[in-house]
Design a protein around this ligand. Sequence first.
Ligand code: UT7
Length: 334
Amino acid sequence: MTRKSRILGVGMYLPERSVPNTELEQIKSMETSDEWIQQRTGIQARHYVSTETGTDMAYHASKAAIERANLTADDIDFIIFATLSPDHYFPGNGCFLQDQLFGDRPVGALDVRNQCSGFLYSLTLADSLVKSGQYNTVLVVGAEVHSRGLDYTKKGRDVTVIFGDGAGAAIVGLAPDGHQGMLGHGLHSEGKYASALWLEYPNNAYDFFITHENLDAGLHYPKMQGRLVFKHATRRMVEVSNEVLTKTGKTVDDIDVVLFHQANLRINQMTASMLKVPEEKVVNTIQWTGNTTAATIPICMCEAVRQGKLKENDLVLLCGFGAGFTWGASLLYW
Ligand code: UT7
């Protein structure tokens, strides 16, 4: 019999401290305003960590997802951890999470570095691992600590105002008989745009890992060509959503719920309108979470469930775009 996979449970974690735009407004060196941020991005607030690490947040999100799936940690066969802001350069966060969740049980852990598309790349892989019979139950988690690595001056304000910290997790397991589970995915990358959204230093590509001059110049902070990213994001998200619909023999009208990556509310509104998806089918959280990169989609899943908008057997479209450039979409039955 053909094995099918589905999402069995989701969980999220946001640090306690919510940072409204008005707090960023108070940082004189940023020269930003609540009005600018809301108008251009839809963001009103984001959360910042206090003492939590990315792995700590992932642990809490994972525990919640395992519980929602009516499972215990013993049921998890494999970890896929998506993040662009790991606790350490190496080893990856997956290993730290293995220790926190499983201790002496040496569950395999893979780190995925696909930025804002990281969750979609990870979900696609988890689906394949379950369908192939390699594993029965895979934990997919995205977690980011952005707040410690942002440029709180005018130079970095475009990036700084959009990012927030947080984690989201999903348990991917075998779909029961009669449940159609995950239908299909589309993943893409276009590396010629790598420097349009990147963190250049430290690196192993140039003569020095990082120099004092690099640090003084703020080259260890993320840099983005915002307008270029915006333009590509809308076009590619529409394209890959249509690709996945065509591949699975579905139409936009069949979709019950759409969950986009949360980078900018305007991107999502424009993409929904280009796809001709009615606004009430889209659930956004960016207004109070900001952009939590690899965590946005599972956080949106939790919120959609909480709002009662995501119900058993709903057809769900997930879609995102980010640094790389990388982008992707997944279509699945809830
Ligand atoms: O998740 C990863 C993928 N990321 C994205 O998808 C983000 C895509 N890009 C965007 O969301 C938008 O481009 C931004 C929100 C980042 C920027 O909005 P924009 O409407 O594209 O603004 P802009 O970069 O063209 O800048 C317009 C003006 C500039 O001032 P001048 O040159 O017109 O005087 C900027 O310096 O706004 C200024 N500006 C700001 N002003 C106050 C840029 N950032 C800020 C800020 N506060 N935070």
